[in-house]
Design a protein around this ligand. Sequence first.
Ligand code: UQ1
Length: 438
Amino acid sequence: MTTSIISRGVRYVSTSAKAHHKVLVVGGGSGGLNVANQVYNKYKSEGKKLNEGDIAIVDAAEFHHYQPGWTLVGAGLKEKHDLRRRLTSLIPSYIAHHSENVASFSPETSSLTTTSGASLSYDTLIVAAGLKINFEAIENLPKALADPTSGVSSIYSYETCDKAWSDISSLRTGKAVFTQPAGIIKCAGAPQKIMWMAWDWYRRNNRGDKIDIDFISGMPTMFSVKKYSDALNALRVERGVGGKFEHNLVSIDPANRVASFKTAEGLVEKDYTILHVTPPMGPHDFIKSSPLADAAGWVDVDPATLQHKKPEYKNVFSLGDCSSLPTSKTAAAITAQTPVLVENLTKFLETGEVGKAAYDGYTSCPLLTGYGELMLAEFVYGLKPKETFHELFGIDQVTPRRAFYHLKKDFFPWVYYDRMVNGRWFGPKGISPPTFSS
Ligand code: UQ1
């Protein structure tokens, strides 16, 4: 089969005819767009030569979504259509685009095949493919999400993030249950952010004493970092929100509005009027089944250099949700990972060895705690807080603040599409790229 791909005038025919790229990026999400553009920007700013098609992105998605905004949709603060862009509109003409998905990796020959059967080869590969949300792992969840009257919603998909708002805002009395699964998910704060917004909505609309709220999590605590977890748990108790931990949602009975949770003591049932579900997540199958994966299925990269751990795959790098990096999976993390990867990859292209840039595990979780307030968690490897505004102004970020709320609601969505997708935003470092000693 022959597929022709047109990227703003640059036409790639990917078929049995091979296409070769100096830097091949798998994924046109936050990580992929950010890293492809930063590689390009770095070459340009150093006056180095790049040929047409040296950098390419492989991704068949029609739309790119600003997913951090889906919590805001679930809280009635944004329209979901405003948060997405056509992927082709975000890929500049100087970056080639194969509008296809990857079927399999062959790192031993520095190549991959796409779902149409085309073969693409590379000097270096960057895997930035995101993760997979396992809706079907919870019995009856897909059916309940598709039914507009079920009271079951999730901010973890474009299709259902607005249903979360209609369910939450229309509830007058009853039980609102919010779940978080055991295990790794992206944006581990989101399951409770949406719960805090619902709590505040009911309080502001005088429904607080007619609605019981429960947060039921497969995790042992409210949050991974103790400092924030303790504060969030204190808030939960103060606000009268029920908390159950190590309770992992496994099935829903939509007809009777009962959710079942697996615990160490067996199954526990809980009835609900509305149920907000955060499904379990994991690596994509095409990564898990590839030689690039670690035992858990993530791309097995060095936590500091972001280069593949196997010496025979040293021209492979990864960042973001699909990577094995032992930190929480957020766009904020990508802002710190990308410059490190770009530094190491460009040095590798020149010398065959990575540079000295090392990722410290920086990630952030802007935890909405209500309308007009947000706790800005920021931390590094070892679950150690590393707070930008504490370093700058001595402000303790565990205290929810209005300024942080506006960062999340107004500033980040803007800076994301204005600067981050084109590689000109460096998270806490703002618009100036970090420098590394070489
Ligand atoms: C950030 O840069 C960013 O990207 C636009 C986010 O959006 C999802 C964030 O949530 C955070 C926290 C950052 C980090 C930036 C600062 C100024 C702390």
